[in-house]
Design a protein around this ligand. Structure first.
Ligand SMILES: *Cc1c(COP(=O)(O)O)cnc(C)c1O
Length: 378
């Protein structure tokens, strides 16, 4: 079976982890500071705070941006559920707006129309590593006095049209290091920021509300345990050392996929980079031709040794969101159409050209088989 994702872990990672074990210092030590410093340097932001997951990072970034009970946060319904959940953690209200049909990112026009008197922040998601239109969101935020928090959990390596790397525009931006992301620490995340006060607040709240200069059992605010272990931070630093190579591998794979999947009628491939924008390649998600039974294609691909997954479901149509907030079908038609057709294919550094060919062949076969059945019915 060709898997959807597979991390790249080698001798450097093994050595880094063993060193931490031998040091006897497993939390809040020099590896965390080193990982934060090197990560901030890598994306061009002045500050970074390591946290236990991308979700934890989103939660703390939203708190730092002043999002609290009853506030509305305008965000994308086409995302991993964590971006909306983090809003709900604070008893704030996720207000969805539809997405751009090309980039699949939150549409600035739709977001602007969703802003109301209770809106506190915009939460754009750089979905599938494609940079969201931050200049447009910055204009809206400046006009309406809103904060911006970026969900950059899928976008390490992405670059905006003006050459600024995703995460370095000045808003808190959150990255994630789950095993399928561009860089992994097993579990983990990072809040990048350009404001020392935000760094200080996130550092305190990830550590039970302790200020840096306070004793272990003094707490001057509500906090959480969102710390990232020294083992994970050492792993992250080792991964940073090979990040350029891994990103280049993913980008090269995307080129191969485009060639291998060319000419399949009705199949939509990820959008190419526009102008100076650069995707940080994370997943290779296609949209199946309209009317195709996606579950049947997933089953047929599995029979041919290829893992695939519908990716992503629309958040507003999940039962919890329908029941708690009253969302219903038809509210965000672009998102719903994309969510109904999208399928993630295997995509990871080290995937061979032959494997890409096998996936493409299997997909062609699965789609042709369905065509054959449809023709037989006619
Ligand atoms: C992975 C991801 C997250 C959450 O990251 P975790 O580390 O799994 O908590 C949030 N948003 C998006 C868009 C993601 O892809």
């Amino acid at each position: 079976m060709i898997p959807l994702a597979r991390p790249v872990l080698g001798a450097e990672e093994e050595r880094a982890v063993v060193e931490v074990l031998r040091s006897g210092r497993l939390s809040l030590g020099p590896r965390m500071e080193e990982f934060e410093r090197l990560f901030a340097q890598r994306i061009g932001a002045p500050f970074a705070s390591a946290v236990s997951s991308g979700t934890a990072g989103l939660h703390l970034a939203l708190r730092a941006a002043g999002v609290g009970e009853g506030c509305e946060v305008v965000t994308s319904p086409f995302s991993f559920v964590a971006s909306a959940n983090a809003v709900v953690y604070e008893n704030a209200i996720p207000v969805f707006a539809d997405i751009d049909p090309v980039t699949l990112n939150l549409s600035p026009e739709a977001a602007a129309a969703a802003v109301g008197p209770r809106t506190a922040a915009l939460l754009p998601v750089h979905i599938f590593g494609y940079p969201a239109d931050l200049p447009a969101f910055e204009t809206i935020a400046a006009r309406d006095g809103l904060a911006i928090v970026e969900d950059a959990c899928e976008a390490l390596g992405a670059v905006h049209a003006d050459g600024v790397k995703v995460g370095a525009r000045g808003h808190p931006a959150v990255f994630a290091f789950y095993a399928n992301k561009q860089l992994t620490t097993g579990e983990g995340g990072m809040v990048a920021s350009c404001d020392g006060a935000i760094k200080e607040r996130v550092d305190s709240e990830r550590n039970q509300g302790r200020a840096v200069d306070m004793g272990w059992l003094e707490h001057d605010r509500l906090g959480f345990n969102y710390r990232l272990s020294e083992i994970a931070c050492a792993l992250g630093t080792a991964q940073l050392g090979r990040l350029d190579g891994m990103l280049a591998d993913r980008a090269a794979l995307a080129v191969r996929y485009r060639e291998a999947l060319a000419g399949i009628e009705g199949l939509r491939l990820p959008c190419p980079d526009r102008g100076g924008e650069r995707r940080g390649w994370f997943v290779f998600v296609v949209q199946l031709p309209a009317g195709v039974d996606r579950d049947a294609v997933v089953g047929e691909l599995a029979r041919r040794g290829v893992q695939s997954k519908p990716y992503l479901p629309a958040i507003h149509l999940m039962s919890f969101y329908r029941e708690r907030f009253g969302f219903r079908e038809g509210q965000f038609p672009v998102c719903e159409q994309v969510a109904a057709r999208s399928l993630a294919l295997p995509f990871f550094p080290g995937m061979s050209e032959a494997q890409v060919e096998r996936v493409a062949g299997a997909l062609r076969g699965a789609l042709a088989q369905r065509e054959g059945r449809a023709a037989a019915r006619r």
